[in-house]
Write a protein that binds this ligand. Structure first.
Ligand code: SAH
Length: 393
């Protein structure tokens, strides 16, 4: 039996609709439980609706992972192993091939496992346990990953000062098998060195795989700028697609250095790749270069709802600067990964940048996150990546 969290009358609707979050304002009676404990969720009449991880200090006071009125014993490893197996099956069927051995394996709420992110790099998983509840089930997660054949598991948590979840596990290997160096993976046949220890997030941005493959088709003979390049994801695909020249710009020296190494890893020293460590706003303002194709993939400018107006101005300024550097008839790949800026707003922002640039613009593609970053249909908040491919006359 698990401690009970009782909802206020009328607050069971979202749970009946399988939304995985319970906000503290909807709770009539708190459970006698500690941070990270599994609790059962009851409606005002005492009917059991779901189970979740309790987060007493968070506004999202409970994150649900099971919608059932039945008694369930979550100390059974099989329960968790099955969740991991079912997420793995989808990736095995639709993503992993002889050409691609990396993908996101567990995408938190998108895979009905709140607080768990697992990125697969060949036989290595880089794991993030973002809430106390997911930390408490770590042994089951590790067991489940090993069961599907993962050899190395590296924990890479964010330890933000003041972060209320009190996740205490230290970053490092959770398996007795360890790796020294960075890991080289294959994505659509191109190679990337992943610095899982010091790199950003889990070491690589797996969510742009499909969009990078699309860029490859637009690159033959083109001069390409990859702005906010990180370790050169889009750049390497552009080179693979026959670009005549590629410039990667990122504010992080380590990232652009790895972009250069990735270019050499795939194409040798002679290739025309230039890595530039600079602020992209400054670069776009000052450069005399013009490009056939530009990619703009900045970090999330709006980390919360309050930041949306400022972030919108940032996206507009960036896109206006980008459009100005596109040769007539050229192509812009532009993205936002701010969850708080929805698809419609993003399109309006780009509209206003295009209007200020006084150029004709066509939308050729509307892009999103790939299937290994699935959106739980009951949790639209999980949709975060938006992109537009524009032809600029
Ligand atoms: N497109 C990349 C991922 C980009 S992540 C890929 O496919 O792998 C965002 C990147 O923006 C990070 O590498 C970060 O270092 C960089 N960044 C953040 N602010 C920046 C700025 N003002 N100018 C240039 N780069 C910046």
């Amino acid at each position: 039996m698990y401690p009970s969290l009782v909802l206020k009358s009328g607050r069971d609707r979202s749970v009946n609709n399988r939304h995985p979050w319970i906000f503290s304002g909807g709770v009539k009676q708190l459970p006698k439980a500690e941070n990270g404990d599994i609790v059962e969720v009851l409606d005002n009449q005492g009917n059991r609706l779901a189970y979740g991880f309790y987060s007493p200090q968070s506004q999202i006071i409970c994150r649900l992972f099971e919608f059932s009125s039945l008694p369930i014993d979550f100390s059974q490893p099989d329960y968790w192993h099955q969740k991991i197996q079912s997420a793995y099956e989808i990736r095995k069927k639709y993503v992993l091939t002889a050409q691609t051995n990396c993908c996101r394996l567990l995408h938190a709420e998108g895979d009905f496992l709140p607080g768990v992110i697992a990125d697969l790099y060949d036989d290595l998983v880089v794991l993030q346990l973002l809430i106390k509840g997911s930390e408490k089930i770590a042994p089951h997660i590790i067991g489940g990953l090993q069961k599907i054949g993962v050899r190395y598991i590296y924990l890479k948590n964010k330890h933000n000062p003041g972060f209320r979840e009190e996740v205490v596990l230290e970053n490092g290997f959770l398996t007795s098998n360890t790796l020294q160096d960075s890991k080289v993976v294959l994505e659509n046949g191109v190679k990337f060195a992943i610095d899982f220890e010091k790199g950003q997030k889990t070491g690589f941005f797996l969510d742009q795989r499909d969009n990078r493959a699309l860029l490859q088709n637009y690159s033959q003979g083109k001069k390409v700028l990859n702005a906010f390049s990180y370790t050169g994801g889009f750049s390497i695909y552009a080179l693979a697609g026959g670009a005549s020249e590629v410039h990667s710009v990122d504010i992080s020296k380590d990232a652009v250095q790895l972009a250069d190494e990735n270019s050499t890893l795939n194409f040798g020293k002679d290739v025309i790749h230039k890595a530039i460590a600079e602020d992209c706003f400054e670069y776009l303002k000052n450069t005399q270069e013009e490009y056939d194709v530009i990619v703009l993939d900045p970090p999330a400018f709006a980390k919360n709802a309050k930041a949306v107006p400022n972030a919108s101005r940032g996206y507009k300024e960036l896109n206006l600067k980008g459009i100005k550097k596109i040769k007539p008839g050229g192509i812009l790949f532009t993205f936002s990964c701010s969850q708080n800026i929805d698809r419609d707003l993003f399109r309006k922002i780009i509209f206003s940048a295009a209007a200020d640039a006084h150029r004709n613009v066509r939308i050729l593609h509307q892009l999103t996150q790939p299937l290994d970053h699935p959106v739980n249909i009951f949790h639209p908040e999980g949709e975060y990546l938006k992109g537009l491919v524009l032809q600029v006359e």
